[in-house]
Design a protein around this ligand. Structure first.
Ligand SMILES: [Zn+2]
Length: 293
């Protein structure tokens, strides 16, 4: 189940650029900015961001082709104070929402503990520091008869919009087990996981998505309690204008692009919200550090 989820996203849409690999093996990053596809007086091109321009380039590691994809057609920033870099590297900043200690129930104070760099919620009674860490969302991209299975959400947020079956990973299960469980809960479908397809980090809201390619064990699916409908879509019919979340938009774009040229790859990327855009605009993002193998 996925009850509290990222809503990123907007109007200029997904842009994917395939660049030449930087070497045959190892890990490298290429920082690029795409040209705006159209001009608008209300939009201000975003300058390329030095923080995101990888100084990490060329690390030893698995064979991956790595790209950075960034939209330059970015909403102008009303206050002129932040940039994509500041958004990308900000702490999620929810620490102040922690009012009480999870261990003893005592009230918290908010300070930077000795030896640390970030503000934390610290219990005034027992001294416990409440750390916040990203949540893992796991799901399945199910292929069947050259179609994929999507679920229409019957719960908020994004009621009535389409998504892959996905939800929060539980303690005690692996990512693949969680993806299988979520698929059963949301689509009443028994699936076999085939391979990982995408890991998408969303630092702004502290979520990481892991989406697996999967197949139906038997040709049966039906809406679970959180879905009003489950349906197989051919690649040409995927409802890109009615998707629930940026993560799903990115995943399905990557998948359809891969399918046009052959087998799906494995993708890693970071989804960052574009400053000045509405939280409900799921296309208002940049996909950074896009790597594929
Ligand atoms: Zn306490």
């Amino acid at each position: 189940m996925l009850k509290a989820i990222q809503i990123l996203g907007s109007s200029s849409g997904f842009v994917s650029h395939r660049l030449k690999p930087h070497g045959n093996c190892g890990l490298s990053f290429v920082s690029i900015s795409t040209k705006p596809s159209s001009s608008s007086s209300s939009r201000t091109p975003t300058t390329k961001n030095s923080l995101l321009s990888p100084t990490l380039s060329v690390r030893k590691g698995p064979c991956l082709r790595a790209f950075r994809v960034s939209l330059t057609r970015c909403e102008s920033n009303p206050d002129g104070t932040s940039s994509p870099s500041s958004v990308a590297f900000q702490s999620n900043g929810n620490t102040r929402k922690i009012k009480f200690c999870q261990l003893c129930g005592g009230p918290t104070k908010h300070e930077i503990p000795d030896g640390e760099e970030k503000m934390r919620a610290i219990c005034t009674l027992c001294g416990k520091i409440s750390y916040e860490n990203p949540k893992m969302v796991v799901g399945c991209l199910i292929e069947h008869d050259n179609k994929i299975l999507l679920c229409k959400r019957k719960i908020q947020p994004s009621y009535g919009l389409w998504t892959l079956p996905a939800g929060y990973m539980e303690i005690g299960e692996s990512a693949a087990e969680g993806a299988i469980r979520e698929t059963w809960e949301e689509a009443s479908a028994e699936v076999e996981v085939l391979s990982p397809f995408a890991q998408l980090d969303i630092p702004l809201i502290g979520q990481t998505y892991i989406i697996f390619l999967a197949k139906l064990k038997r040709p049966h699916f039906a809406p679970g309690p959180e879905s009003s409908e489950c349906r197989l879509f051919s690649l040409d019919d995927i409802p890109f204008d009615s998707l629930a979340f940026s993560s799903m938009l990115v995943t399905l774009k990557l998948y359809t692009e891969d399918r046009k040229v052959g087998r799906p790859k494995f993708h890693y990327g970071t989804i960052n919200k574009r400053p000045g855009t509405s939280p409900s605009e799921i296309r208002a993002y940049t996909l950074d550090y896009h790597m594929l193998s």
